[in-house]
Design a protein around this ligand. Structure first.
Ligand SMILES: [Fe+2]
Length: 198
């Protein structure tokens, strides 16, 4: 099988053995994600995945699960600009209360359902972390790790102490970051569209 050619769209038509193989091999999964995202979004996802793994080791969370959460967290990103209807359809069907106009979070909320449908991916911890990676209402360690890594992966070029704090205390780092995010959402909430800053 040429794994380079497999896309999200035809994944479910593969034999179940091949599907399992891809889902259990981060290198094969990377090929799939690479085709889904633009190059900078893909680089961001790899960078988030590596930082997730590092923070997971510090906090006794399964590092490979953390890596996958980072790798997959943005698979629906970009659609809020090009095809908001696609994301809205997922939310309308599965999660109606989230059709609340906070467009910057739609890719996170709908990714939970998209990954289940397109990849038959059902790891609850990873899906929960992805669901909460822009507006975090979860306090489990994996969710906090992904939330922090998404906002402070090195390619963002933000120099502060958040990662240093997060290595010792995830919740403290999360609290500092979430103040910024909430302020941002409050300020732009009435906009029809939230730019990709979170
Ligand atoms: Fe992200």
């Amino acid at each position: 099988m040429n794994y380079e050619e497999v896309t999200f769209e035809d994944f479910m038509s593969l034999p179940s053995g091949e599907r399992k193989r891809i889902l259990n091999d981060p290198d094969l999964l990377k090929l799939l994600v690479k085709k889904k995202l633009n190059p900078s979004r893909y680089s961001h996802s790899l960078s988030v995945a590596s930082l997730c793994r590092e923070l997971a080791v510090c906090h006794h969370v399964d590092p490979e699960k953390a890596y996958l959460a980072g790798l997959l967290h943005d698979v629906c990103k970009g659609l809020e600009k090009t095809n908001i209807t696609f994301l809205e359809d997922y939310l309308r069907y599965y999660d109606h209360d989230k059709l609340n106009g906070i467009y910057g979070a739609y890719h996170a909320w709908s990714a939970r359902y998209y990954l289940k449908e397109m990849l038959n991916f059902h790891d609850k911890d990873i899906l929960n972390a992805i669901y909460n990676h822009t507006i975090c209402n979860s306090r489990d360690k994996l969710s906090l790790i992904l939330y922090i890594a998404d906002k402070r992966e090195p390619l963002r070029g933000i120099k502060d102490d958040i990662i240093k704090i997060a290595r010792k205390d995830l919740y403290q780092a999360f609290k500092i970051l979430s103040w910024d995010v909430e302020k941002y959402i409050r300020e732009v909430k009435n906009e029809r569209f939230i730019e990709n800053r979170i």
